[in-house]
Design a protein. Sequence first.
Length: 454
Amino acid sequence: MADRDRRLARWRMRYPTIAELEQRARQRIPYFAFEYLHDGTGDLSNRPHNIAALRAVEVVPRYCGDVEAASTAVRLFGRRYQAPVAIAPVGMDGAIWPGATRLLAETARDAGLPYMTGTMATTSMEEVSRMAPESFWFQLYTMPAQDHRVSFDLIRRAEAAGALVLAVTVDVPAPGRRVRDMRNGFSVPRRITPRMMAGALTRPAWLAALARAGMPHFENMAPYGRPGARKSEYDLFVKGARSGSGVAWDTLARIRERWPRALVVKGIMHPGDAEKALALGCDGVVVSNHGGRQFDPAPTSIDVLPAIRAAVGDRMSVLMDGGILSGFDVLKALACGADAVLVGRAFMLGLAALGADGARHVALTLMEELRIALVQTGARDLAGAARLAVRHRDAWRLEDFEVAAERSPLRGQTPRVDGRIEASNGGGEGSDPASPPRLRAPGSDPVSTNELNR
């Protein structure tokens, strides 16, 4: 313990921000594992957009208040945790850093944080429950074959293991097209190429961790294969089961009927979907674009968060993930409407960069930064953070979510300079096709006609 404390104290001074871990992680794990963790889908723009959007949010501090008793503690789904930070699931975590699932569970237990272990984790949910019973949340990737036979058995096992929260991921209707993983052959089932072997041989710390933890497997899938099945058989099972797909609203209704504890829908980006989840009796949603790993043109999580909070109010818990790299990012999410955040990549960066205790360093960093932010802003606690003044220029408004059919009364119409609307018939009285007029409300500056269609 003394050695660990000295190590953590040293890292606090040497790596004071989580972002600084990225380069060290790149140097310590094989290229295919780092690119799987780091990148997304499409042209890879969504992940940096998540980070940039959080940086753009401004929070106004208030001073001269009593901040002596500042606290990061939070109550989520009837349980008290030390900070509004849940460790998020990362698929194939053990391929990024061998033994990751166990190390994350230990970190959550010791730091007093929730840990949402995933269907595709490399340690079984039952083992996670034994290690960290007060932190144990389970993320379900549904498997639609045979009327969700495996999906509902995973739910049964999660209940028996004592999962405090069940989070159903809905934003994987089809696998994301992750171009670097495709080039690297990092897929399910995995094909070990000579280039991958060479890349692994240049990373001795990763190889040593692999020797200690063993080859990673989808341990939650073990009950659904034959005894003694090889890893490749489980990989083929996961691929054939279309893991993560097949979630419809009636599927969620069936899950709600069978799950007796807190139920969360993960991957919500539209206020209307949050309202549907609420109507089904769900207890919370996670506002998430899957870290940019599923649909590259999606907006950022922080930018749609305020509208989703406005839609559901205080009737359900709202969590957010995507781009969180500091306690100050956590504060911004709280100020924009979140009750808590999920953090995945940052914890994996900690393990990749620093090894077994790296996730602890990330947890301590986030909690220290959040406490400083609560003091510096005068918020003092999470309730105060929700009352902070925020400037969030790129936040979506509720009307921004209108679909084309809802905007149809304005389609094919031309705005007149007096603020009224007239039908466009190819050049009526007062219209000038060569120079379309701009909408000007009485006593206001001109507004682009694009504003009508937002």
